[in-house]
Write a protein that binds this ligand. Sequence first.
Ligand code: N01
Length: 489
Amino acid sequence: MLDCAVAVIGAGFGGIAMGVALKRAGIEDFLIFDKGHEVGGVWRENTYPGCSCDVPSHLYSLSCAPYRDRRVRYPGQPEILAYLRRVTDEHGLARHLRLGVAIAEATYLDDTGHWRLGTECGHHSVAEVVVFAVGQLHRPNIPDLPGGAEFGGPAFHSAEWDHGVDLRDRTVAVIGTGSSAAQMLPDLAATARRVFVFQRTPHWVLPKPRPEFGPVTRAALRIPGAHRLYRRMLYHGADRVLAPVMRRGWSARPVEWAARRHLRRHVPDPALRAKLTPGYPIGGKRIVFDSRFYTVLNCPAVELVTEAIERVTVDGIQTVDGTLRRCDVLIYATGFRASEFLVPVTVRGRGGAVLHEQWATGASAFLGVAVPGYPNAFLIAGPNTFNPAGSNPTMKECQVDFIVRCLRWRAELGAAAIEVTAEAAHSHQLWLAKAMAKTVWPAMEQSWYKHGAGRVTNPWPASARAFGKMLRRHPAESFTVVRIGDRGG
Ligand code: N01
């Protein structure tokens, strides 16, 4: 028996945007499942001190619920979570939510064209369509460092912050220097007695404007239509200025120059500056947008450690030069297992094909949203849809619009199931490979943009505008109707 027409898995930005779009399309028969006990996705999970967004919220928000604050440009995590709660309430999504339900398996039923979703406890729900909106940056990456389990004090990942641990007057070791580390360091430096920051590779850092708007912008934002105009300016600005940074060649030079200047201005010590200067082209990894990271490293209580970690001991971290830095608390700001898409859900498509076996050397999907052999299944924030230069909620809205058009088309045809064709998926992969070859990412040694097997699986290699344009196509151009009972792969 069917439990709902559409099952959405994940209640973060993607799942919420999907819910709003379904309602707007007149589709009320849907459920949104989430393992957490409330909405918010990464903005529910990441509560580390200083957590905020490095993309202005006028852009980092849903167009169905525009952000209209005249005071703050970059709200913190609590405000973003409050925004998502508000969108959920205002759009009547609460009754569609099934929280505290961790979907562990999703199986396409060849005989009906439906999807069966199961939890680890053995509960099942059946839906006509499934939309996976589980995000890319939700599985903490905790490196398997020698001796890691021996550490005697509290140790936790940035996305699993232990608020029960008092950092006052403690020595704290932070492993990693990405965006999460950069955001938490000023707070840690102000609270802890001592902070050791273990850097494996320096990141490119660009300054982030002040979180609050100045008086002129505040006044300008009173003008009718100004918020919308500002959002458009940010959207096109990110596309024109930051999106070219990913390309090989000279286009990134002005941005790289700006990053070097920022480093020179804030780190007077040439030895420290050398340690912080990346040896790869800007854009190779996601740029850290933060104005306080460099300044904080100048504090006497903060030490940047660039020697490689040899092992974790019961009371600290030992580096390869033999130095042991004793610490009371260990924080892993070591990012996420981003290239493991949809894990830990086991997804079985037509004829019982296992999606993760197909994805063994890296995930791929047609425009990030659909995979041949998996009828009536869609992805939000799927492979190669991460926008490193702009707003990911905006990218997700493009995917959501396309999915709704697919659902409408399916209804118009009266089809039980539709599926992206292998030809459409293949030609998209050819296009993607060509576009990817023009970027700096394939040559990067280590980055969460890449699968272990070497393929770049996460970022989108063109502008956000190009993504939106490609998803405005009619579903009939790339999808086909699936005969119920067809088990062929
Ligand atoms: O993680 P990261 P993050 N030994 O992967 C190091 C988004 N985000 O949580 O560069 C030693 O960037 C690793 O070193 P290396 C944003 O998209 C958004 O900071 O691999 N070090 C690196 O320094 C971002 O890109 C916001 O050599 C190890 C760090 O850990 C993404 O989330 C805010 C190691 C991981 O950096 C992830 O950011 C925060 C090891 N074994 C995050 N393994 C916004 O404001 C890893 N590292 C929107």
